[in-house]
Design a protein around this ligand. Structure first.
Ligand code: MG
Length: 392
Protein backbone atom coordinates (compact mmCIF):
# COMPACT_ATOMS: atom_id res chain seq x y z
CA UNK A 1 0.00 0.00 0.00
CA UNK A 2 1.59 3.23 -1.14
CA UNK A 3 0.44 5.18 1.91
CA UNK A 4 2.81 3.12 4.08
CA UNK A 5 5.85 4.06 2.02
CA UNK A 6 8.40 6.40 3.57
CA UNK A 7 8.65 9.45 1.34
CA UNK A 8 11.56 11.92 1.32
CA UNK A 9 11.75 15.18 -0.61
CA UNK A 10 15.21 16.00 -1.95
CA UNK A 11 15.36 19.70 -2.78
CA UNK A 12 18.09 20.64 -5.24
CA UNK A 13 19.24 24.13 -4.19
CA UNK A 14 22.73 24.07 -5.64
CA UNK A 15 22.42 26.21 -8.76
CA UNK A 16 24.32 29.48 -8.84
CA UNK A 17 21.69 31.05 -11.09
CA UNK A 18 24.31 32.40 -13.46
CA UNK A 19 21.77 32.83 -16.22
CA UNK A 20 20.05 35.56 -14.19
CA UNK A 21 23.19 37.67 -14.10
CA UNK A 22 22.42 38.67 -10.52
CA UNK A 23 24.57 38.17 -7.45
CA UNK A 24 22.07 36.22 -5.38
CA UNK A 25 20.93 32.83 -6.71
CA UNK A 26 17.14 32.75 -7.19
CA UNK A 27 16.57 30.13 -4.46
CA UNK A 28 17.86 32.61 -1.87
CA UNK A 29 15.91 35.63 -3.17
CA UNK A 30 13.15 36.86 -0.91
CA UNK A 31 9.68 36.91 -2.39
CA UNK A 32 6.86 38.31 -0.27
CA UNK A 33 9.06 38.29 2.85
CA UNK A 34 10.36 34.71 2.62
CA UNK A 35 13.17 33.12 0.65
CA UNK A 36 12.25 31.04 -2.37
CA UNK A 37 13.93 28.01 -0.77
CA UNK A 38 11.89 28.43 2.42
CA UNK A 39 8.67 28.60 0.38
CA UNK A 40 9.66 25.45 -1.51
CA UNK A 41 10.51 23.57 1.69
CA UNK A 42 7.20 24.68 3.24
CA UNK A 43 5.28 23.05 0.39
CA UNK A 44 6.75 19.67 1.37
CA UNK A 45 6.53 20.42 5.10
CA UNK A 46 2.78 20.86 4.64
CA UNK A 47 2.29 17.68 2.62
CA UNK A 48 0.96 14.77 4.68
CA UNK A 49 2.58 12.16 2.36
CA UNK A 50 6.08 13.56 2.81
CA UNK A 51 7.98 12.33 5.89
CA UNK A 52 11.46 13.80 5.47
CA UNK A 53 13.05 16.78 3.73
CA UNK A 54 16.67 16.92 2.57
CA UNK A 55 18.33 19.88 0.88
CA UNK A 56 21.40 19.84 -1.36
CA UNK A 57 23.20 23.17 -1.59
CA UNK A 58 26.53 24.58 -2.63
CA UNK A 59 29.16 23.78 -0.02
CA UNK A 60 29.51 27.42 1.07
CA UNK A 61 25.74 27.70 1.61
CA UNK A 62 25.06 24.53 3.58
CA UNK A 63 25.19 26.25 6.96
CA UNK A 64 23.07 29.18 5.76
CA UNK A 65 20.42 26.80 4.46
CA UNK A 66 20.35 24.85 7.69
CA UNK A 67 20.04 28.06 9.72
CA UNK A 68 17.30 29.44 7.45
CA UNK A 69 15.14 26.30 7.49
CA UNK A 70 15.67 24.53 10.79
CA UNK A 71 13.24 26.69 12.78
CA UNK A 72 10.26 26.37 10.45
CA UNK A 73 10.81 23.01 8.71
CA UNK A 74 10.28 20.26 11.27
CA UNK A 75 10.79 17.53 8.64
CA UNK A 76 14.26 18.80 7.74
CA UNK A 77 16.62 15.84 8.24
CA UNK A 78 19.74 17.12 6.53
CA UNK A 79 21.43 19.71 4.35
CA UNK A 80 24.34 18.39 2.36
CA UNK A 81 26.88 19.78 -0.08
CA UNK A 82 26.23 19.24 -3.76
CA UNK A 83 28.49 18.78 -6.75
CA UNK A 84 29.48 20.73 -9.83
CA UNK A 85 26.28 20.02 -11.75
CA UNK A 86 22.63 19.52 -10.80
CA UNK A 87 22.98 15.80 -11.52
CA UNK A 88 26.08 15.53 -9.31
CA UNK A 89 24.23 17.40 -6.56
CA UNK A 90 21.23 15.07 -6.67
CA UNK A 91 23.65 12.12 -6.65
CA UNK A 92 25.29 13.52 -3.50
CA UNK A 93 21.85 13.98 -1.91
CA UNK A 94 20.84 10.40 -2.74
CA UNK A 95 23.96 9.17 -0.95
CA UNK A 96 22.88 11.09 2.17
CA UNK A 97 19.41 9.49 2.30
CA UNK A 98 18.96 6.57 4.69
CA UNK A 99 17.99 3.25 3.11
CA UNK A 100 14.70 3.35 5.03
CA UNK A 101 13.37 5.87 2.49
CA UNK A 102 11.10 4.15 -0.06
CA UNK A 103 10.24 7.02 -2.40
CA UNK A 104 12.40 10.05 -3.12
CA UNK A 105 10.89 13.18 -4.66
CA UNK A 106 13.54 15.26 -6.42
CA UNK A 107 12.43 18.89 -6.62
CA UNK A 108 13.98 22.14 -7.84
CA UNK A 109 14.43 24.71 -5.06
CA UNK A 110 13.37 27.39 -7.54
CA UNK A 111 9.85 25.95 -7.98
CA UNK A 112 8.23 27.32 -4.80
CA UNK A 113 4.62 27.21 -6.04
CA UNK A 114 4.20 23.46 -6.44
CA UNK A 115 0.69 22.53 -5.27
CA UNK A 116 -0.17 19.92 -2.68
CA UNK A 117 -2.20 18.00 -5.26
CA UNK A 118 0.76 17.90 -7.65
CA UNK A 119 3.00 16.46 -4.92
CA UNK A 120 0.26 13.92 -4.09
CA UNK A 121 -0.03 12.81 -7.72
CA UNK A 122 3.71 12.27 -8.09
CA UNK A 123 3.99 10.38 -4.78
CA UNK A 124 1.09 8.08 -5.65
CA UNK A 125 2.33 7.25 -9.14
CA UNK A 126 5.95 6.83 -8.05
CA UNK A 127 5.00 4.54 -5.19
CA UNK A 128 2.73 2.45 -7.39
CA UNK A 129 4.76 2.37 -10.62
CA UNK A 130 8.32 3.07 -9.50
CA UNK A 131 8.94 6.32 -11.34
CA UNK A 132 6.83 9.42 -12.12
CA UNK A 133 7.41 13.02 -13.10
CA UNK A 134 5.21 16.12 -13.14
CA UNK A 135 4.74 17.62 -16.60
CA UNK A 136 2.44 19.95 -18.50
CA UNK A 137 1.30 19.50 -22.12
CA UNK A 138 3.06 21.86 -24.52
CA UNK A 139 0.73 24.80 -25.21
CA UNK A 140 2.57 26.42 -28.08
CA UNK A 141 3.40 24.88 -31.41
CA UNK A 142 6.99 23.69 -31.21
CA UNK A 143 9.28 23.67 -34.25
CA UNK A 144 12.88 22.83 -34.85
CA UNK A 145 15.01 25.46 -36.59
CA UNK A 146 18.52 25.67 -37.99
CA UNK A 147 20.35 28.77 -39.24
CA UNK A 148 17.25 30.91 -38.77
CA UNK A 149 14.99 28.62 -40.81
CA UNK A 150 12.38 26.25 -39.42
CA UNK A 151 13.21 22.70 -40.39
CA UNK A 152 10.19 20.82 -39.02
CA UNK A 153 7.11 21.04 -36.84
CA UNK A 154 6.92 18.62 -33.94
CA UNK A 155 3.70 16.80 -33.02
CA UNK A 156 2.44 18.87 -30.10
CA UNK A 157 0.21 16.02 -28.89
CA UNK A 158 3.34 14.12 -27.87
CA UNK A 159 5.20 17.01 -26.27
CA UNK A 160 5.36 17.84 -22.57
CA UNK A 161 7.16 20.48 -20.56
CA UNK A 162 8.86 18.77 -17.65
CA UNK A 163 8.53 20.00 -14.10
CA UNK A 164 9.47 18.69 -10.70
CA UNK A 165 8.80 16.90 -8.39
CA UNK A 166 10.01 13.74 -10.06
CA UNK A 167 9.47 10.73 -7.80
CA UNK A 168 11.26 7.38 -7.79
CA UNK A 169 11.74 4.30 -5.66
CA UNK A 170 15.05 5.10 -4.02
CA UNK A 171 17.03 2.04 -5.23
CA UNK A 172 15.85 2.67 -8.79
CA UNK A 173 17.04 6.28 -8.88
CA UNK A 174 20.31 5.41 -7.20
CA UNK A 175 20.98 2.73 -9.82
CA UNK A 176 20.14 5.14 -12.64
CA UNK A 177 22.51 7.81 -11.24
CA UNK A 178 25.33 5.31 -10.83
CA UNK A 179 24.85 4.06 -14.40
CA UNK A 180 24.82 7.63 -15.75
CA UNK A 181 27.95 8.55 -13.78
CA UNK A 182 29.76 5.49 -15.08
CA UNK A 183 28.79 6.31 -18.65
CA UNK A 184 29.62 10.01 -18.29
CA UNK A 185 26.02 10.85 -19.24
CA UNK A 186 24.72 14.23 -18.10
CA UNK A 187 20.94 14.68 -18.19
CA UNK A 188 18.83 17.79 -17.65
CA UNK A 189 16.45 16.00 -15.27
CA UNK A 190 16.30 12.74 -13.33
CA UNK A 191 13.65 11.08 -15.49
CA UNK A 192 16.02 10.88 -18.46
CA UNK A 193 18.47 8.82 -16.40
CA UNK A 194 15.80 6.14 -16.03
CA UNK A 195 14.63 6.46 -19.63
CA UNK A 196 18.12 5.66 -20.90
CA UNK A 197 18.00 2.44 -18.84
CA UNK A 198 14.72 1.45 -20.46
CA UNK A 199 12.66 2.16 -17.31
CA UNK A 200 9.18 3.63 -17.64
CA UNK A 201 8.67 7.03 -16.08
CA UNK A 202 4.97 7.79 -15.64
CA UNK A 203 3.39 11.11 -16.40
CA UNK A 204 1.83 12.97 -13.48
CA UNK A 205 -0.14 16.13 -14.19
CA UNK A 206 1.86 19.24 -13.22
CA UNK A 207 0.66 22.74 -12.35
CA UNK A 208 0.54 25.99 -14.34
CA UNK A 209 1.78 27.81 -11.22
CA UNK A 210 4.67 25.42 -10.69
CA UNK A 211 7.02 27.76 -12.53
CA UNK A 212 10.80 27.58 -12.39
CA UNK A 213 12.29 30.95 -11.43
CA UNK A 214 14.86 31.47 -14.13
CA UNK A 215 14.42 34.88 -15.77
CA UNK A 216 13.56 38.33 -14.32
CA UNK A 217 10.06 37.92 -15.82
CA UNK A 218 9.65 34.75 -13.74
CA UNK A 219 10.46 36.74 -10.61
CA UNK A 220 7.71 39.27 -11.39
CA UNK A 221 5.25 36.40 -11.90
CA UNK A 222 6.46 34.83 -8.65
CA UNK A 223 5.72 38.01 -6.72
CA UNK A 224 2.15 37.96 -8.00
CA UNK A 225 1.75 34.25 -7.16
CA UNK A 226 3.21 34.82 -3.68
CA UNK A 227 0.83 37.71 -3.04
CA UNK A 228 -2.09 35.48 -4.03
CA UNK A 229 -0.85 32.55 -1.93
CA UNK A 230 -0.23 34.76 1.10
CA UNK A 231 -3.53 36.63 0.80
CA UNK A 232 -1.52 39.79 0.15
CA UNK A 233 -2.85 43.23 -0.78
CA UNK A 234 -6.48 43.23 -1.83
CA UNK A 235 -7.01 43.84 -5.51
CA UNK A 236 -9.83 46.32 -4.79
CA UNK A 237 -10.94 48.39 -1.82
CA UNK A 238 -14.02 50.56 -1.40
CA UNK A 239 -14.54 53.57 0.86
CA UNK A 240 -17.40 55.90 1.79
CA UNK A 241 -17.48 59.39 3.26
CA UNK A 242 -20.09 61.81 4.59
CA UNK A 243 -19.85 65.44 5.66
CA UNK A 244 -22.14 68.37 6.47
CA UNK A 245 -21.47 72.02 7.20
CA UNK A 246 -23.67 74.82 8.48
CA UNK A 247 -24.50 77.96 6.46
CA UNK A 248 -23.25 81.25 7.88
CA UNK A 249 -23.21 84.85 6.69
CA UNK A 250 -20.00 86.39 5.46
CA UNK A 251 -18.14 83.34 4.15
CA UNK A 252 -17.70 82.13 0.57
CA UNK A 253 -19.51 78.96 -0.51
CA UNK A 254 -16.92 76.50 -1.74
CA UNK A 255 -17.90 73.05 -2.95
CA UNK A 256 -15.64 70.69 -4.91
CA UNK A 257 -12.99 73.44 -4.84
CA UNK A 258 -15.28 75.84 -6.77
CA UNK A 259 -16.28 79.24 -5.38
CA UNK A 260 -20.03 79.39 -5.93
CA UNK A 261 -21.86 82.75 -5.83
CA UNK A 262 -24.37 82.70 -2.94
CA UNK A 263 -25.55 84.96 -0.15
CA UNK A 264 -24.01 82.70 2.52
CA UNK A 265 -21.08 80.31 2.90
CA UNK A 266 -20.24 77.30 5.05
CA UNK A 267 -18.78 77.42 8.55
CA UNK A 268 -15.66 75.37 9.25
CA UNK A 269 -11.99 75.41 10.25
CA UNK A 270 -10.77 75.03 6.68
CA UNK A 271 -12.78 76.34 3.71
CA UNK A 272 -15.62 74.02 4.89
CA UNK A 273 -15.87 72.32 1.48
CA UNK A 274 -18.23 69.50 2.50
CA UNK A 275 -18.02 67.73 -0.87
CA UNK A 276 -14.22 67.57 -0.86
CA UNK A 277 -14.28 66.50 2.79
CA UNK A 278 -16.64 63.62 2.01
CA UNK A 279 -14.32 62.55 -0.83
CA UNK A 280 -11.26 62.70 1.47
CA UNK A 281 -13.03 60.55 4.06
CA UNK A 282 -13.98 58.02 1.37
CA UNK A 283 -10.34 57.79 0.25
CA UNK A 284 -8.98 57.45 3.79
CA UNK A 285 -11.72 54.97 4.62
CA UNK A 286 -10.85 52.77 1.65
CA UNK A 287 -7.33 52.21 2.99
CA UNK A 288 -8.40 52.30 6.67
CA UNK A 289 -6.32 55.40 7.40
CA UNK A 290 -8.82 56.95 9.77
CA UNK A 291 -10.64 60.15 8.81
CA UNK A 292 -10.07 63.75 7.82
CA UNK A 293 -10.20 64.97 11.43
CA UNK A 294 -7.41 62.60 12.40
CA UNK A 295 -5.19 63.49 9.47
CA UNK A 296 -5.84 67.26 9.55
CA UNK A 297 -6.85 68.21 13.13
CA UNK A 298 -8.93 71.41 13.37
CA UNK A 299 -6.76 72.37 16.36
CA UNK A 300 -3.83 72.77 13.92
CA UNK A 301 -3.48 76.38 12.81
CA UNK A 302 -1.87 75.26 9.52
CA UNK A 303 -5.28 74.13 8.32
CA UNK A 304 -7.19 77.31 9.21
CA UNK A 305 -8.96 78.51 6.08
CA UNK A 306 -6.88 76.17 3.92
CA UNK A 307 -8.20 75.08 0.53
CA UNK A 308 -9.57 71.57 0.98
CA UNK A 309 -8.11 70.71 -2.42
CA UNK A 310 -4.68 70.75 -0.74
CA UNK A 311 -5.96 68.37 1.91
CA UNK A 312 -7.37 66.16 -0.84
CA UNK A 313 -4.00 66.07 -2.59
CA UNK A 314 -2.31 65.04 0.64
CA UNK A 315 -4.90 62.38 1.47
CA UNK A 316 -4.65 60.96 -2.03
CA UNK A 317 -0.85 60.84 -1.76
CA UNK A 318 -1.31 58.72 1.39
CA UNK A 319 -3.56 56.37 -0.60
CA UNK A 320 -0.96 56.12 -3.37
CA UNK A 321 1.79 55.39 -0.87
CA UNK A 322 -0.25 52.41 0.32
CA UNK A 323 -0.08 51.03 -3.23
CA UNK A 324 -3.55 51.92 -4.49
CA UNK A 325 -4.86 53.88 -7.46
CA UNK A 326 -8.31 55.40 -7.97
CA UNK A 327 -10.74 53.44 -10.13
CA UNK A 328 -13.58 55.93 -9.71
CA UNK A 329 -15.33 58.21 -7.26
CA UNK A 330 -19.01 59.02 -7.09
CA UNK A 331 -20.44 61.79 -4.91
CA UNK A 332 -23.75 63.47 -4.17
CA UNK A 333 -24.14 66.97 -2.74
CA UNK A 334 -27.43 67.84 -1.08
CA UNK A 335 -28.29 71.56 -1.05
CA UNK A 336 -31.65 73.27 -1.31
CA UNK A 337 -30.05 76.40 -2.76
CA UNK A 338 -28.13 77.54 -4.75
CA UNK A 339 -28.56 75.45 -7.87
CA UNK A 340 -25.28 73.52 -8.28
CA UNK A 341 -25.71 72.03 -11.75
CA UNK A 342 -23.81 74.84 -13.55
CA UNK A 343 -20.70 74.14 -11.40
CA UNK A 344 -20.55 70.35 -11.58
CA UNK A 345 -18.06 70.18 -14.48
CA UNK A 346 -15.72 72.68 -12.81
CA UNK A 347 -15.89 70.67 -9.56
CA UNK A 348 -14.98 67.45 -11.37
CA UNK A 349 -12.00 69.15 -12.98
CA UNK A 350 -10.72 70.71 -9.74
CA UNK A 351 -11.05 67.50 -7.75
CA UNK A 352 -9.42 65.46 -10.53
CA UNK A 353 -6.54 67.92 -10.81
CA UNK A 354 -5.93 67.79 -7.05
CA UNK A 355 -5.58 64.01 -7.32
CA UNK A 356 -3.63 64.06 -10.57
CA UNK A 357 -6.31 61.99 -12.26
CA UNK A 358 -8.87 62.38 -15.05
CA UNK A 359 -12.26 64.09 -14.53
CA UNK A 360 -13.86 61.04 -16.17
CA UNK A 361 -13.06 59.08 -13.01
CA UNK A 362 -15.10 61.45 -10.87
CA UNK A 363 -18.86 61.72 -10.83
CA UNK A 364 -20.72 64.44 -8.94
CA UNK A 365 -24.48 64.78 -8.63
CA UNK A 366 -26.45 67.49 -6.90
CA UNK A 367 -29.82 67.10 -5.25
CA UNK A 368 -32.22 69.00 -3.04
CA UNK A 369 -34.11 67.30 -0.24
CA UNK A 370 -37.48 68.76 -1.20
CA UNK A 371 -37.54 71.06 1.81
CA UNK A 372 -36.93 68.20 4.29
CA UNK A 373 -34.45 68.30 7.14
CA UNK A 374 -31.58 70.73 7.77
CA UNK A 375 -30.69 70.78 4.08
CA UNK A 376 -34.28 71.51 3.16
CA UNK A 377 -34.48 74.33 5.70
CA UNK A 378 -31.30 75.76 4.13
CA UNK A 379 -29.38 75.45 7.38
CA UNK A 380 -26.49 73.69 5.70
CA UNK A 381 -25.10 71.43 2.97
CA UNK A 382 -24.39 67.69 3.13
CA UNK A 383 -22.31 65.47 0.85
CA UNK A 384 -21.67 61.76 0.42
CA UNK A 385 -18.89 60.11 -1.58
CA UNK A 386 -17.93 56.57 -2.51
CA UNK A 387 -14.58 55.56 -4.00
CA UNK A 388 -13.21 52.37 -5.48
CA UNK A 389 -9.44 51.81 -5.37
CA UNK A 390 -7.39 49.15 -7.08
CA UNK A 391 -4.03 47.72 -6.18
CA UNK A 392 -1.38 49.43 -8.28
MG1 MG B 1 -15.97 68.85 6.96
Amino acid sequence: MYRDRRVAALIAAGGAGLRMGGDLPKQFMRIGGRSVLARTAEAFEKNARVDDIYVVAEKERVEDCRAALSASISKLRGVCAGGATRQASVFAGLAALPDSVDVVLVHDAVRPFVSQSCIDRVVRLAAEKGAAAAAMPAKDTIKAARDGVFTRTLDRGELYMMQTPQGFLLPLLRAAHIAAAEAGFEGTDDAVLLERMGEKVHLAEGDCDNIKLTTPEDVAAARALAARADGGPDAFRVGSGYDAHRFIEGRPLILGGVDIPHDRGLLGHSDADALTHALIDALLGAVALGDIGGMFPDTDARYAGISSLLLLAEAFAAVRSRGYALVNADATVAAERPRLAPYIEAMRERLARAMGTAPEKISIKATTTEGLGFVGREEGVAARATVLLRED
